[in-house]
Ligand binder design. Structure first.
Ligand SMILES: Cc1ncc(COP(=O)(O)O)c(C=O)c1O
Length: 480
């Protein structure tokens, strides 16, 4: 496996601090910096090399072939999903692993609930990974078939189990004795024989999956739990499940996870006489654009798994990617509310806030200008949100000096954003998706105000345009 020439460097593991990398960012280096290296001006100008659905056509940003002007009128910020990119990401992972394995890819719904995106994935043949009763209802409403659905999660309640168990095609992951006992009790009552996967942590603990993580079973308990499921006449031990990586850009680490899973499979066969047919290797891959920017493709991960699982026969591999599929399948188009200079550093304050875009690193959401032109001056600026928190969206962005006037685009905004959004501070932008050469909006200010009313019992005062529109309507009515 050879790494192609990286545009950037692999991103650090969570919590790891990466040093400043640009000469002209001496001042910026005084700020803490985590996340991948900054996008250079060349990378911004040639963004289509990394993310083919985004390009500058005649200097104007276009997304999925739709020009900036058609996309966005600039009045309210917009979180824009691109279902075709999510589908392309799904296909890339399925095709890469299908070279070496019998494989099924179940997209982790927890990363994105937008119906049009999920429906496009379902139509393309993707399965779903769900982690709660709410997500079960989402999967059912969208028609993901039970035999294409993996149920992870913990401490499921009796009524949820009663709904799940009659669907014998489901694969249910378990990681505690109590859960197994509950499932067995319901299985005995209903006569169903659910298929279980036992969730293990095959890799040594790290900063994310530490010894104190509640997830998975400890090494000592793993065999006991596996053997108790294997012994039960009401349960079918179907596979081993692992999800232990986070934003992984390192195929070797994934290969190691796969190798350990294969060893566990062998050890289990020796001890309990059961050779499970399925290994679920989880998700945990970095968003596709950042993985490829770091010089790897998902095919390198598939090769690493092939090597790690060499000699394993009659095996079915499952994958549950979230961030890889959804991460770069949305773009935020945000107004810039204002600028600020503090101790020599330039800041642009974007309308879209950390209530939508969690500040997972100092460089979580790379910024692009909406327009580029020859002879423009570019400058380094930090992008932050207007909330009363130290949250930053992207440090050290390279942007044309006059970009703020038109607004900016932020990348990497598709996974774990809208699902965790809250109505706080600046509120939420419109949310929509690209369709048939245009944009369909699914959430707008009216929907936001209705949600606010439902949550907090307050009818919000109309603002700006609403007031003008109502006044205009009032005048028209008066004339009739
Ligand atoms: C069990 C399980 N599978 C899959 C995922 C998806 O992870 P990622 O978005 O990192 O691919 C998660 C995320 O938390 C998870 O808990």
């Amino acid at each position: 496996m050879t790494q192609s020439v990286p545009i950037g460097q692999p991103s650090p593991e969570p919590g790891e601090v990466e040093p400043a990398i640009t000469d002209d960012s001496r001042l910026a280096a005084m700020l803490g910096q985590t996340g991948p290296p900054v996008f250079t001006r060349e990378e911004v100008e040639q963004i289509d090399r990394l993310i083919p659905f985004i390009a500058y056509d005649d200097g104007q940003l276009s997304i999925d072939g739709v020009s900036g002007e058609q996309l966005w009128d600039g009045r309210r910020s917009l979180l824009l999903y691109v279902p075709s990119r999510a589908v392309d990401n799904y296909r890339s992972i399925r095709d890469a692993f299908a070279q070496h394995f019998s494989v099924a890819v179940n997209c982790a719904l927890k990363a994105c609930y937008v119906g049009s995106v999920l429906a496009a994935l379902r139509d393309a043949g993707a399965g779903a990974e769900i982690a709660s009763e709410l997500e079960w209802r989402i999967a059912r409403s969208l028609g993901f078939a039970p035999d294409r659905t993996i149920v992870s999660g913990m401490s499921r309640q009796a009524d949820h189990l009663q709904t799940l168990l009659p669907n014998e095609a489901l694969l249910i992951a378990v990681d505690s004795f109590e859960e197994v006992q509950h499932i067995e009790w319901h299985a005995r009552r209903t006569g169903a024989r659910p298929k279980l996967m036992v969730r293990v942590n095959p890799l040594p603990p790290d900063s994310f999956f530490s010894e104190r993580s509640k997830l998975g079973v400890g090494a000592d308990e793993a065999y006991e739990l596996l053997e108790s499921v294997a012994r039960s006449s009401h349960l079918e031990l179907h596979g081993l499940h692992a999800h232990q990586l986070v934003r992984c850009t390192n195929p070797e680490r994934f290969g190691e996870l796969a190798r350990r899973m294969g060893e566990l499979r062998d050890e289990l066969a020796g001890r309990a006489g059961v050779r499970v047919g399925t290994l679920d290797l989880g998700g945990g891959f970095e968003a596709r654009y950042l993985m490829e920017r770091a010089g790897w493709t998902i095919a390198d991960f598939a090769l690493a798994a092939r090597d790690g699982l060499a000699g394993q026969d009659d095996l079915r591999v499952l994958l549950e990617p979230g961030r890889y599929v959804f991460g770069d399948a949305a773009v935020v188009l945000s107004r810039i509310l204002g600028t600020k200079v503090k101790e020599g550093q330039h800041w642009q304050i974007a309308e879209v806030g950390s209530n939508l875009l969690p500040p997972t690193s100092d460089r979580a959401y790379p910024a692009l200008p909406l327009r580029i032109a020859d002879g423009q001056a570019w400058k380094r600026t930090h992008i932050a949100d207007p909330t009363p928190t130290p949250a930053r969206l992207y440090l050290d962005a390279m942007l044309p000096a006059d970009a703020a006037g038109e607004g900016i685009a932020l990348l990497g905004t598709g996974a774990y954003t809208a699902v965790r959004a809250s109505l706080w501070n600046a509120g939420l932008p419109d949310i929509g998706f690209v369709t048939d050469g245009g944009v369909e909006i699914v959430f707008d200010r009216e929907a936001q105000d209705a949600a606010f009313r439902a949550l907090y019992g307050i009818d919000l005062e109309p603002v700006g345009e609403d007031v003008a529109e109502r006044a205009q309507l009032g005048r028209q009515r008066a004339r009739h």
